[in-house]
Design a protein around this ligand. Structure first.
Ligand code: AMP
Ligand code: ZN
Length: 481
């Protein structure tokens, strides 16, 4: 695929260190509150990227951290620890807060059909790894101790602003508005690797270290966790665009100084979800969650659909009207899919032709809106319904919109529902007609004993009576067509 790389500011063919295999890292959430739908925009787009790479045939190892320590209110190592802030707000321990919001995050991911990464690791689980990295950075002269803390010395690098489309002065840590300068720092871009002298006496989590009892800086966790689970050569690093500086800049500084070679050549940044008043953020207090969307009657899948309609490198403005439109378009799409028949054989040549086009279009810098357009093209294609269903299902491996499953549910809702838990949880849904139910059950039993000829015979007999059967996860739905 062709992917825009924030490091080179160019779109280029995606490559990997080991052919056919992708080592992928994603900056995970800071679990002091619910994720807002802006955070989840980033995770949705990263999920589609992972699914696309797998669809292309790569084997992917995706690693994600959970920030449960060290992320201060300002990315510039100042302000209160976000976890402590959450614990105080809810009068709970930091560990309880971390557990609760980690679970809540993965619940939201499930609702949005975001796959859980292969490895998920809490920042607090890798303290010995960070200590080892910090020790080596000190040994190699890339770090110094001052005022009890250990700092990375940014002046030791040939190039610090690796994502160099930033205006240095605007982004320099310590000179941003409202950020007090840390007088221990030798250079304005130095950052904390290990804290021992915290302003917060009540810092909840602390560990022994060669530099005294303390806790890790925020950036070191991603380097430590990635090197542990992705190895020394990372192929693809992802995060929201606000992570590029200083977080990713600092991750690169410390990882490459520690290992002595280039670490990750490809960086994928998702631009922000904004409201009419600017970036959606937790610090502003009010933010939208998946649960809130559900309470208002939206399907989380409609939010995923909304995100996929736009390119990940463009800021996306959230309004209720936009979400209404997405929900409407998603419902209409499902209706069209639900109306497709199920009989006939898949035309492999047509499916292959469509797949080729989809790979090309979505593979052009993860063009998800073209991916959605492709769904409508399939619906209009000159081929039978079974082929259309098969192609839609195939594309959905990447888009993750649960198309066939949701369309089946829609059919289920629209039929006069009579459910018979016929056997072993096999549920038959249709009009109240025991004779037809009996035939559908007979077909199921024939399939169970692999008597497919008999199963097909029954289906044909039903078809002759104008009845169509749709197989679902838990049974079958029949309807008159
Ligand atoms: P956090 O939980 O604050 O560490 O953020 C989790 C992820 O969400 C990071 O990758 C951020 O860059 C990303 N993020 C934060 N705010 C937004 C936003 N408004 N839109 C999209 N992504 C965001
Ligand atoms: Zn990170």
């Amino acid at each position: 695929m062709y992917l825009y790389n924030s490091l080179t500011h160019k779109k280029a063919e995606f490559t990997t260190h080991t052919p056919g295999h992708v080592e992928m890292y994603t900056c995970g959430p800071t679990v002091y509150h619910f994720a807002h739908i802006g955070n989840l925009r980033s995770y949705i787009m990263e999920d589609v990227l992972e699914k696309f790479l797998r669809y292309e045939g790569y084997d992917v190892n995706r690693v994600m951290n959970i920030t449960d320590v060290g992320h201060l209110a300002s990315d510039a190592d100042t302000g209160e620890d976000k976890m402590l802030k959450g614990a105080k707000r809810e009068n709970k321990s930091v560990m309880d807060i971390a557990k609760f919001y980690t679970d809540a995050f993965f619940e939201d991911c499930k609702k949005l059909n975001i796959k859980r990464p292969d490895v998920v690791e809490a920042a607090t689980s890798c303290i010995p790894e960070y200590i080892e990295i910090v020790s080596k950075l000190l040994e190699k002269g890339y770090a110094y101790t001052a005022g009890g803390n250990v700092y990375f010395d940014s002046s030791k690098l040939k190039k610090y602003y690796v994502f160099n489309d930033h205006n240095e002065e605007d982004l320099a840590v310590g000179v941003r508005e409202g950020v007090e300068e840390d007088t221990n720092k030798r250079n304005k871009n130095d950052f904390v690797l290990w804290f021992t002298k915290s302003k917060f006496e009540d810092q909840a989590l602390k560990w022994e270290s060669p530099w005294g009892v303390g806790y890790p800086g925020w950036h070191i966790e991603c380097s430590g966790i990635s090197m542990k689970y992705n190895g020394e050569y990372l192929d693809l690093h992802c995060g929201g665009i606000d992570n590029a500086f200083p977080h990713h800049t600092n991750e690169i500084a410390q990882s490459e100084s520690y290992m002595g070679h280039e670490w990750c050549p490809q960086w994928f940044h998702v631009h922000h979800l904004n409201t009419s008043s600017g970036k959606m953020s937790k610090s502003k207090g009010e933010f939208l969650t998946v649960s809130l969307l559900e309470e208002k009657g939206y399907d989380p899948m409609a939010y995923r659909f909304f995100c996929l309609q736009s390119h990940y490198r463009k800021a996306l403005v959230f309004t209720w009207e936009n979400l209404d439109n997405a929900q409407g378009a998603y419902n209409k799409l499902l209706k069209k899919i639900a109306a497709l028949g199920i009989d006939g054989d898949t035309d492999a040549a047509v499916a292959a032709e469509y797949k080729q086009k989809f790979l090309q279009q979505v593979g052009n810098d993860l063009n998800t809106s073209m991916g959605i357009t492709a769904l409508y093209d399939v619906l209009k294609a000159k081929t039978n319904d079974a082929t259309k269903r098969a192609i839609l299902d195939d594309f959905d491996q990447v888009l993750g919109l649960r198309l066939l499953e949701k369309a089946a549910q829609l059919c289920e809702k629209e039929t006069v529902q009579v459910k018979n838990a016929a056997q072993d949880g096999y549920t038959i849904t249709g009009e109240n007609d025991p004779e037809i139910d009996a035939m559908v059950l007979q077909r199921y039993k024939a399939k169970q004993v692999r008597n497919f000829a008999e199963a097909d015979r029954i289906r044909d007999e039903l078809k002759a009576q104008g009845i169509e059967i749709l197989d679902t996860k838990d049974g079958a739905i029949w309807r008159r067509v």
